[in-house]
Design a protein around this ligand. Structure first.
Ligand code: URA
Length: 210
């Protein structure tokens, strides 16, 4: 396993993340940037996929080349903000199946409660990439991973654009087997549960709901 978490330092990822954080960036550009960042992150997240030798025939001759082998991929966005990352991932891994998981925080217990879940029927045989742009308290992320594990999945990567130390610690403590990939680990959470400096509410900025 690679160092965990992996924090991407690619200049394109850092540049696009700065544009995304800027409060002047409107929803259209925000959505485009999330898609572009997801493509770049998909490229890095899939770096260690196994390959095997295959034989093909070019217009010139037969030759041996390499193709991806091993398990098929599944992408699981956590509703709602995770949806913004799906298209970028699919541009890089177009044959991946997509499952959805929705969780809300019970206002009394503050525990995450699942309200929607539709996973591919063969999900337990796939390498899964779970998507949520903001890894804040880590409560939802941890619960989503627990749910997916209960469905039999053993190979899980978690991809966020921005995390904070609290969220990273929680996810790593609850699920040390999960590989975490982020573009930045910010300073902290504030008293309202927002990441500081962060980018605000990712769902609202994606869908213009505020
Ligand atoms: N969810 C968001 O959208 N933003 C945060 O800063 C934290 C959680």
């Amino acid at each position: 396993m690679r160092q965990n978490p992996v924090v991407f330092d690619h200049p394109l990822i850092q540049h696009k993340l700065s544009l995304l954080r800027d409060k002047q960036t409107g929803s259209k550009e925000f959505r485009e940037l999330v898609e572009e960042l997801s493509m770049l992150m998909a490229y890095e997240v899939t770096r260690n996929l196994p390959t095997k030798e295959i034989e093909i025939e070019t217009p010139i001759c037969k030759t041996k080349t390499r193709a991806i082998s091993g398990k098929k991929l599944g992408i699981i966005p956590i509703l709602r903000a995770g949806l913004g990352m799906v298209d970028g991932m699919l541009r890089i891994v177009p044959t991946a199946r997509v499952g959805h998981i929705g969780l809300y925080r019970d206002p009394d217990t503050l525990n995450p409660v699942e309200y929607y879940c539709k996973l591919p029927s063969d999900v337990s045989e796939r390498d899964l990439i779970v998507l949520d742009p903001m890894l804040a308290t880590g409560g939802t992320a941890s619960e989503a991973v627990s749910y997916i594990k209960k469905a039999g999945c053993t190979s899980i990567k978690f991809v966020s654009l921005i995390a904070c130390p609290e969220g990273v610690s929680r996810l790593m403590k609850d699920h040390p087997d999960v590989e975490l990939y982020v573009a930045a680990i910010d300073e902290r959470l504030n008293e309202h549960g927002y990441i500081v400096p962060g980018l605000g509410d990712a769902g609202d900025r994606l869908y213009g709901t505020k």
